[in-house]
Design a protein around this ligand. Structure first.
Ligand code: ADP
Ligand code: GLC
Length: 499
C-alpha cells in the first residue's frame, strides 16, 4: 500500500513537540512492514538543508500568494525514506518556528502556508503531481495538514482515502472567515456542516468533517474528545463521526530512546546493569549543580524529579510550581527543562533562585540534554490537564525513570498506578493522581518518595517499566487495518450532521 504522511514537523529536521517524533518513527515502522511510504513537508530552511538528493518533480508556479512553488522529491537524511518537499521560498524560507516568528507571534500567512500543504497532498492523491507515484492513503497530521482532506473531498472520488490524526484538539488552525476565497474551496464547505466554526474558518474541522477515518493518539483521548470537557467546542462534530473516530496509541522509536545505546548519556545501562543509571544520576547532579547524594542507589537521599516539557497550561506545571516548596522540604530535587509561556518560565526561574542546589531550571530546547535528564532522574512528572498521548512518560519507562502522571488521556493508558494491588500483582509501572490540584500532585510524589525508601520494591517498579514494549510495530499494524477500512469507505463522508 502506498502511504503519504502529510505533516508540518518531523524529527530531527523540525520539531516543536511529540508530533515530530511520531512523523519520524511511524513511517519507518510502516516501511519495515512492507508499505511504500513517503512524507510531504513544507520546505522550511532546515528541511531543504537536511534532505538528500532533492530533485524537482513539478514546477507548480504561482499559488497561495507565492510566486515560485516547486515540488521536490528527496530522501530523509540517514534513511531511505522518500520525502516530498514543497519549495515555496516566499512562504517557508524564514527564521522562526514552523508556526511563529522569533517574537512568538503566529505567522500572519499561516492560512496560505498550510493550505498549500494540504492542496499539494490532494494533487498527489489525484495523480496530478507525480506521474510515478500516487498514494492509496493520504494520512494528514493535525490542523496543519487537515485541508488535504477537504481538497480531496471537494475534488471527488480518487483512488486514495484520507485518514486524519488529531494529535492535539486544542490547536485548531482558526482564521477569519473573510479569508475563505484564498482557499479555492467551493461554497458547499463554507457552512457549519463544513469548515465554519463559530464564524471562523477551522482547518481542524476540515479533517474532522472530510476525512474518511479519524484517529487520535490514545484510546482514552478518543473517548475524552467526544465530551464537553475535552472537546474544545468540537465534541458534537466528533460524536457525529461515531465509530469513524478511533484511538491508536503512539509508540516510541526504540533506537533513539534506548539507554543501552544512547550516545548522549554519561553511562549506558539497561535493566540488568542499573549501576549505569546511578552513574548517570551522579553525572546529572554534577552537571546541574544539584547536591550530590551517594545514597541514591540504595534508595536513600533525594528523589530527583525531572520535567521535560512545553511550558503551557496543557501540561499542568502550575501544580508542580505550587507543590515545589513542600516537596523540596520533603527531599525532592527538581531538574526542569522547557520553553513556553513567559509567566511559567519566570516562575520556574524564581523557583531555582529560591532553592539553590535543590532546583535546577533550564529554559530552552535541547535534545541531548533531554536524554541526560531522562537517564539521570528518578522520576519524570507529567501532571497534564489533558494529554492526547504524551511521549515523555514512555521515554521515562524505558529509562527506568518512574512516571508520576495525572490519570488523563494517553497518560492513563500507559502508566499503571502503584496501588497496593498493582504492586502485589506486579502490574504497577508508575504513580497517577486524579484531581488537577497541587495537593493531589504532592501526595502522589510523596507516595513515590515512600516507595523509594524500599529499594527492592523501587527497583522492581523500574524493571517493570523498562520491560514495557512501546515499539511502533503494534500501532503500525493497527494503522494498516484502519487504512484498509478507510479504502473500503472512501468518499462515503457526506459532510452533513452536527455543526
Ligand atoms: P507535546 O507534543 O504535547 O509537547 P509529547 O510528550 O508528546 O508532548 O512530546 C514532547 C516531545 O518534545 C518529547 O520528545 C520531549 O522530549 C520533547 N521536548 C519538550 N520540551 C523539550 C525541551 N525543552 N528540550 C528538549 N526536548 C523537549
Ligand atoms: C501532541 C500531544 C501529545 C502527543 C503528541 C504526539 O503534541 O500534545 O500528547 O504525544 O502530539 O502524538
Amino acid at each position: 500500500m502506498r502511504l503519504l504522511h502529510v505533516a508540518a514537523e518531523v524529527f530531527p529536521l523540525v520539531k516543536t513537540g511529540g508530533l515530530a517524533d511520531v512523523v519520524a518513527a511511524l513511517p519507518v515502522a510502516q516501511a519495515e512492514q512492507g508499505a511504500d511510504v513517503r512524507l510531504l513537508l513544507p520546505g522550511y530552511p532546515a528541511v531543504l538543508e537536511a534532505v538528500q538528493g532533492a530533485r524537482t518533480i513539478i514546477d507548480i508556479g504561482a499559488c497561495f500568494g507565492a510566486l515560485r512553488v516547486r515540488l521536490l522529491l528527496a530522501r530523509m537524511p540517514g534513511s531511505k525514506l522518500p520525502v516530498y518537499v514543497i519549495d515555496a521560498p516566499y512562504l517557508y524560507r524564514r527564521d522562526g518556528s514552523p508556526y511563529q516568528n522569533l517574537q512568538g507571534e503566529e505567522w500572519p500567512d499561516n492560512l496560505q502556508r498550510f493550505a498549500l500543504l494540504g492542496w499539494v497532498a490532494a494533487h498527489l492523491a489525484a495523480d496530478d503531481a507525480d506521474p510515478l507515484w500516487v498514494p492509496d492513503i493520504v494520512h494528514a497530521h493535525d490542523w496543519h495538514a487537515a485541508l488535504a482532506c477537504a481538497y480531496m473531498a471537494e475534488h471527488g472520488p480518487t483512488r486514495a482515502a484520507s485518514v486524519y490524526t488529531v494529535h492535539n484538539l486544542a490547536f485548531q488552525g482558526l482564521f477569519p472567515m473573510h479569508d475563505w476565497p484564498a482557499l479555492g474551496l467551493g461554497s458547499r464547505l463554507m457552512s457549519p456542516t463544513g469548515l465554519e466554526f463559530h464564524g471562523q474558518l477551522s482547518f481542524m474541522k476540515a479533517g474532522l468533517k472530510c476525512a474518511d477515518r479519524i484517529t487520535t493518539v490514545s484510546p482514552s483521548y478518543a473517548r475524552e474528545i467526544a465530551t464537553h470537557e475535552f472537546g474544545c467546542g468540537l465534541d458534537g462534530v466528533i460524536r457525529g463521526r461515531g465509530a469513524d473516530v478511533v484511538g491508536v496509541l503512539n509508540g516510541i522509536d526504540p533506537a533513539l530512546w534506548n539507554p543501552a545505546t544512547d550516545p548522549a548519556i554519561a553511562t549506558r545501562f539497561d535493566a540488568e546493569r542499573l549501576a549505569g543509571k546511578h552513574a548517570c544520576r551522579l553525572a546529572l547532579q554534577a552537571e546541574l549543580g544539584l547536591q550530590a547524594d551517594e545514597g541514591g542507589e540504595a534508595g536513600q537521599g533525594s528523589l530527583l524529579l525531572t520535567v521535560i516539557s512545553r511550558l503551557t497550561a496543557q501540561k499542568g506545571l502550575d501544580l508542580v510550581l505550587a507543590a515545589l516548596p513542600e516537596l523540596v522540604r520533603a527531599g525532592v530535587q527538581f531538574a526542569v527543562q522547557g520553553t513556553g509561556e513567559p509567566a511559567l518560565e519566570a516562575a520556574f526561574r524564581m523557583a531555582q533562585q529560591a532553592h539553590p542546589g535543590r532546583v535546577h531550571v533550564h529554559i530552552g530546547y535541547d535534545e541531548a540534554r533531554a536524554h541526560r535528564l531522562m537517564a539521570g532522574a528518578d522520576v519524570i512528572a507529567v501532571p497534564s490537564r489533558f494529554e492526547p498521548c504524551g511521549l515523555t512518560q514512555l521515554y521515562g519507562l524505558r529509562y527506568g525513570t518512574v512516571p508520576v502522571v495525572r490519570r488523563v488521556g494517553g497518560l492513563a493508558d500507559t502508566v499503571v498506578d502503584a496501588s497496593p494491588a498493582a504492586l502485589a500483582d506486579g502490574s504497577a509501572t508508575g504513580f497517577s493522581f486524579d484531581a488537577a490540584t497541587p495537593a493531589a500532585f504532592e501526595r502522589c510524589v510523596r507516595r513515590a518518595l515512600e516507595l523509594r525508601a524500599h529499594p527492592a520494591a523501587w527497583q522492581a517498579l523500574m524493571a517493570r517499566g523498562m520491560a514495557q514494549n512501546y515499539s511502533w510495530q503494534g500501532p503500525a499494524q493497527r494503522y494498516a487495518a484502519l487504512y484498509e477500512e478507510a479504502l473500503g469507505q472512501r468518499g462515503r463522508v457526506g459532510l452533513v450532521g452536527a455543526g
